[in-house]
Structure formats: C-alpha cells, structure tokens
Design a protein around this ligand. Structure first.
Ligand code: COA
Ligand code: AMP
Length: 641
C-alpha cells in the first residue's frame, strides 16, 4: 500500500508555505540545474514566477529521463484511430528517437530557442512528436484546434508569428474527409506574417498539394541527426495556447517549462492517482488545454502510457468506442467532457454497450470542460461502476483548480453537481461584486487568491494589458470569469461563466466574436448572441438581430447568410445554427443590452426584472419570437429569483 497524505493537511501546507511546498515537489524532477528558490516576482510587471534560477527541458523530462531510467521499451503513446483503422504503439525509446530527429529537422529549418511553431493537426502521434520536438529546442509551440476556420488560424499566425507551421494533409470527421492543407494555405494567404516553411504530414486518404521551396514532407524531417534537449530557464515559454476571451481577438495563454512540469507531475499523482506505467485515456483534442496537459505532457512527465484517440465518442463506429478503448488498452483513468458522456447516453441510454467490455482496469472517470449535470454524473457512475470525479479548470490554469484528489485521503466522496475542493496551491474564494468573500451557499464570482501555483499562466502572449485585467478587478486575486458557490461542507460548485464566453460541447467560444460577425452584415442594425442550454452540447449559440430601417431581407435568407459567415470565420465547431429577427433588444437605460436576462428568458429560468430596464415589454416580444421558432425554453417566466 502506498502511504496516503491527507487532502486537508496537504492543501493547508501548500497555502501556508507555497515556496516550501512547491520546492519539495520540484525535487521529483530531473532538472539540469535545480532551482534554489521557488517563488519570485517579475520585475517588469510584478507577476509571480516559479523556480526562476532552475534550468530544465520538458522534452528531456518526458522522454530521455524515462529511457535513462529503463522505461525505453514501455509504451508511451498508443495511437488508436477507428476512423482510419489505425492502431500503433510508440515506446518511450521510439518516441525519443523520432522527436530528437524531428527536432534536428526543425533546427535545420532555422528554428532556435524562442522561435514559434504553429501545429494545426488532428490528434496524431506526429502532432505529439512536433510538440515535443519544439520543446526540445526551447522553441514555443502553439497547437491550433483543427475545427477552427482559416480566419482564426490567420489571426493566430499574425499573433504568434511562427517560423514554421506543421500540419496534416487532412483529418477525418466521422467518415467525412476534412482536407487541412488548403485551410493552412488560405490562412497564410490571409495573414500578414508569412512562415518560412510548412511541414506537411501526408495522410493516405488525402494528399496535400505542396508549394515548392516552402513546403516540406513530414517524414523527411526524420532523416536528420537526433539532437539533444536544450536546457532552458524554468520560466522560458513552452507553449502558447489560444483561448477565447470576450472579443474577437483570442488570448495567447503562455505556459512555462518549469512550473508546468512540476504542477503536472504533482497532479498526475495527487489528483489522478497515476503511477509510472499506468494508462490514461483523455478523450479530448491536443488543441485544447485538457489535451495538451493530459494527453501529452502530464502522462509523459509521469512515465505513464497515454492513449491518443482520433475519433468521436459515438459513431466511430458506435457509442461503445470509449469502453472498447478502456478494455483493449487496459486504461486506468478515463478523462473526458460531460458532452461526450451525454452523446453516448443519447445513443445507448441503458449503457448496454459497456457490458460488452471488460472494464476492470478502470479506476476513475474524470470529467471537465463544462459543468457536469447531476444526471450525467449519476448515469456514468452507474454504467461504469467506478467513482466519477468532476473537476474544474481553465486554459489559464492549465491544470485543475477544483477536484476530488483521489491520490490523497479525500475530504469526502465526489458529490453530483460539485467540482470538489480546492486543489493544493489554489486558494479558491467566492466573492461578491465588491470583492468580499460571500457566506457558504451564496453564489458569487469565483476567484483565486494570488500567488497562483506553478503551471498557471505567467503571461498572455504579448498582451500585458489583458493579462493584468484578470488581476486588476480584485487586487490580490485572479478572477476566473466563472460564477459559483461553496456549500456548508466545503464542496464547490461552478455554475457557468459570468462574461460573454460560452461553452459549446466543451469548446470555449466568445459570443462577442460572433456578435462582431453578425454586426458586420449590411442588413443588421444591432444584435446579441446568447449561449442557451442544450441537452447534448451543454450550450449552443443563438443570434438575435434587429434589422436596419428599410431592410426587407427575409429571416430565412438572412439566417443562412449569418450562419455561413460565422462558420467561415470561426469554424463549424461554433455550432452557430439559429438566427432570429427581432423588433428590439432589451437594454438598460444607459443602452447596454441585457444579455444575461435574455439568456435566462430563453432558458426558462426565473429572473428578476432588472431595475434599469428601459422597456420591459420588449421581453414579451422576444419571448414570443423564441416560442415562434421553438428556441430554448422561453415559456412562462418563473417567480423572480
Ligand atoms: N476538425 C474539423 N471539423 C471539426 C473538428 C475538427 N477537429 N471538430 C469538430 N468539427 C466540426 C464537426 O465536423 C461539425 O461540423 P458540421 O457542423 O459540419 O457537422 C462541427 O464542427 C461541430 O462539431 P461537434 O460539436 O464536435 O459535433 P459532432 O456532431 O461532430 O460531435 C460530439 C458531437 C458530442 C460527439 C462531440 O462534440 C464530442 O465528442 N464532444 C466532446 C467534446 C470534448 O471532448 N471536448 C474537449 C474539451 S475537454
Ligand atoms: P477552457 O479554458 O477551454 O478549459 O474552458 C474553461 C471554462 O470551462 C471554465 O471557465 C468553465 O466555465 C468551464 N469549465 C471547465 N471545467 C468545468 C467544470 N468542471 N465545471 C463547470 N465548468 C467548467
């Protein structure tokens, strides 16, 4: 039996002496030069930095270190792709060899420490190799989710200014081929910044056209001599991961080498209770923080085996796919989004497919990315027969801030609807509008007292103002943008965003960005995009538009144009499919659109009529429009909250 520490004592120590706590955790890693101190402050902006005088390399820790420890023959990555009928295993030794050679290729193309490389690929081993190869050179990778349209990719190219883009010729969505390379070419065309080279992994079902002199075949990168890992300062950026803010400009969340490695290694042990050699399957995408942390870096830092899956929880080929993966690869921890479970439940309501597989290896199901509704929580627990752990985190944190830590002696079992307790290092508080902690049971703004622990973002890429904005509202706190409460037993509940960010199938999207696209249409005078409740995806966006005077365009044609515009600019993943023409939008007397009230109205939630509303009759008009189109649950309002 492993010795188990108490959650309460570990959390208390981490807050009482953050520097001592994290320095002790840092000692578990193979540093090039171990840090002598843990916590310092950046002279320029006062932001906290971890392990500033240590040097290390994340690619070394993920690969070379394990090979040196005798894990060379162990599976590091199992690539399972039902959509392409592929199953392949990469041992730590093989992954090291390919990564070191690919890094040699990048160096030959002129990539040096600090240079940026964008990776635009589906969940493929080649993408993981490209990530680790960048890390090996101290280059900064930015993985962009494949569902984003060329415009979004172009925005990221201009922001990150990559020397190289690494892409695949295409991906497979169910049985539909999505050619990626034309999207990359279009994005480069649109962007002001032009990368020097595009490295293309040709897949057998779609061949990309290559531009002579610029484009390079992926496999040729392996023809280079392997290069050793370059030791970098702990504070050196490992990657930039773009996420949605409240405007059309995404935020480039920066992650450093040192804090990230220390935090993820700790989390693998304390939160997920995974030891070297254990197997984790994270059903996410490497383009999201969950995928980056728990498909790639966390498992490899811990010496685990990670299952990399190209497919969907359903229809690839059926709703038993996740259970097949668990049984076949003897998965110990399954981590996915509640949406995936809801999709499975929709197709196999009784969970009968799970009975076809031997799931005895599974110890826990972890869920994150969006609020887990109690019904989904209960269904998963009943079908899988293992504890289900909902845990809360954000791209900014890079690892969970609330969880039930199954590697520690817990405060109590997971509770449906709750994301658990603050993870060691996170002093999570619920505040009122004045920044004062609220009593148990009262909903407020979820914030974390500074300093944030290692692994959390030390910056937004070249955007100091927006980085400060997280910390300026309530000095001494990081403001998460989520609302929630804590119950009398200390369990925390995250109820949803308090800003213009929505969560569609676990994908974080900006309604502000969608509004910018609708507002650019010549017929639209003003608009609002709401994230309304959806039984499968958690939320979906719906647009309400007011036409300019004299416009006669019909609702149907306008809807088709606006839906196409959002799809072309953001991508299909936005699931923006409905637009309603309304006469007026409800506003405050100072002219601010009452978006929250509109969402509550559409969701059929009880709400108090805002005291500042200009004309309450508009809400009745909108309710009639929503009913006319069968959108949401806008029936009779409940009693005021
Ligand atoms: N590349 C290209 N297109 C993509 C894409 C990708 N990587 N991911 C999604 N899309 C497209 C889809 O093809 C679809 O296009 P369509 O409108 O032409 O049909 C659209 O984006 C919406 O995708 P999605 O919401 O994923 O719908 P779906 O029907 O394909 O699948 C689920 C539904 C629920 C099975 C799927 O959303 C899912 O697995 N969700 C889990 C989410 C998750 O793991 N999130 C990670 C956060 S932790
Ligand atoms: P992302 O940055 O894409 O990981 O999205 C982060 C957002 O997802 C958070 O701000 C929350 O709104 C939501 N989220 C993530 N995990 C949870 C959870 N367990 N419960 C409720 N909301 C969650």
């Amino acid at each position: 039996m492993k010795p188990v520490c108490s959650y309460a004592a570990t959390h208390a120590t981490s807050l009482a002496d953050p520097a001592g706590f994290w320095l002790a955790q840092a000692r578990h890693l193979a540093w090039h030069r171990p840090p002598t101190g843990a916590l310092s402050q950046d002279e320029a902006n006062g932001a906290h930095r971890w392990f500033a005088d240590g040097t290390l390399n994340t690619s070394y820790l993920c690969l070379d270190h394990h090979v040196a420890q005798g894990r060379g023959p162990q599976a590091a990555l199992i690539f399972d792709s039902p959509v392409t009928q592929t199953l392949s295993t990469y041992t730590y030794a093989q992954l090291l060899n390919l990564t070191a050679r690919f890094a040699g290729g990048l160096r030959k193309l002129g990539v040096e420490m600090g240079d940026r490389v964008i990776i635009y690929m589906p969940n493929l081993p080649e993408a993981v190799i490209a990530m680790l190869a960048c890390a090996r050179l101290g280059a900064i990778h930015s993985v962009v989710f494949g569902g984003f349209a060329p415009h979004e990719l172009a925005v990221r190219i201009d922001d990150a200014q990559p020397k190289i883009i690494v892409c695949a010729s295409g991906g497979m969505e169910f049985d539909r081929i999505i050619p990626y390379k034309p999207l990359v070419d279009e994005a480069i065309e649109k962007a002001k910044h032009k990368p020097a080279h595009v490295v293309v992994h040709q897949r057998r079902f779609v061949t990309a056209e290559m531009q002579s002199g610029r484009d390079i075949e992926f496999f040729k990168m392996y023809w280079n001599e392997p290069v050793p890992a370059v030791p970098v300062p702990a504070t050196h950026p490992l990657y930039i991961l773009y996420t949605s803010g409240t405007t059309g400009r995404p935020k480039g969340v920066v992650r450093d080498h040192g804090g990230h490695a220390v935090a993820l290694r700790f989390s693998m042990e304390a939160i997920y209770d995974l030891d070297p050699g254990d197997v984790i399957f994270t059903g996410s995408d490497i383009g999201w923080a969950v995928g980056s942390s728990y498909i790639v870096y966390g498992p490899l830092l811990r010496g685990c085996t990670s299952v990399l899956f190209e497919g969907k929880p359903v229809r690839t080929p059926d709703a038993g796919t996740f259970w097949r993966l668990v049984a076949q690869h003897r998965v110990n921890v399954l981590f996915t989004a509640p949406t995936a479970i809801r999709a499975i439940k929709k197709e196999d309501p009784e969970g009968l497919l799970a009975k076809n597989y031997d799931l005895r290896s599974l110890r826990h199901l972890f869920l994150a990315g969006e609020r887990c509704d109690p019904a989904t929580f209960a269904w998963s627990q009943q079908v899988l027969g293992v504890p289900v752990v909902d845990h809360w985190w954000q791209t900014e944190s890079g690892w969970p801030m609330l969880a039930t830590l199954v590697g520690l002696a817990a405060m109590g079992p997971p509770r449906a609807g709750s994301a658990g307790f603050p993870v060691p290092g996170f002093d999570v508080q619920v505040l009122d509008e004045a920044g004062q902690p609220v009593p148990a049971g009262t909903t407020g703004l979820v914030a974390v007292r500074l300093p944030l622990p290692p692994g959390c973002f030390p910056a937004l890429w070249q955007d100091e103002a927006r980085y400060r904005a997280y910390h300026d509202v309530f000095p001494g706190y990081y403001l998460s943008g989520d609302g929630g409460y804590r119950d009398a037993d200390g369990y925390c509940y995250i109820m949803g965003r308090t800003d213009d960010v929505i969560n569609v199938a676990g994908h974080r999207l900006s309604t502000g960005e969608m509004e910018e696209i609708l507002a650019a249409h010549p017929a639209v005078a003003e608009c609002a995009v709401l994230g309304i409740a959806d039984a499968l995806r958690g939320q979906v966006p719906v647009g309400l538009v007011v036409l300019k005077d004299g416009q006669t365009v019909g609702e149907g044609p306008l809807e088709r144009e606006l839906v196409a515009a959002v799809r072309a600019r953001i991508g299909a993943l936005a699931c923006f499919r409905q637009v309603l023409v309304v006469q007026r939008l409800p506003k405050t007397r100072s002219g601010k659109i009452l978006r929250k009230t509109l969402r509550q109205l559409a969701d059929g939630e009880a709400f108090a009529l805002p005291a500042t509303i200009d004309d309450p009759r508009i809400l009745d008009e909108i309710r009639a429009d929503l009913q006319r189109r069968g959108v949401g649950q806008a029936f009779e309002p409940g009693p005021p909250a």
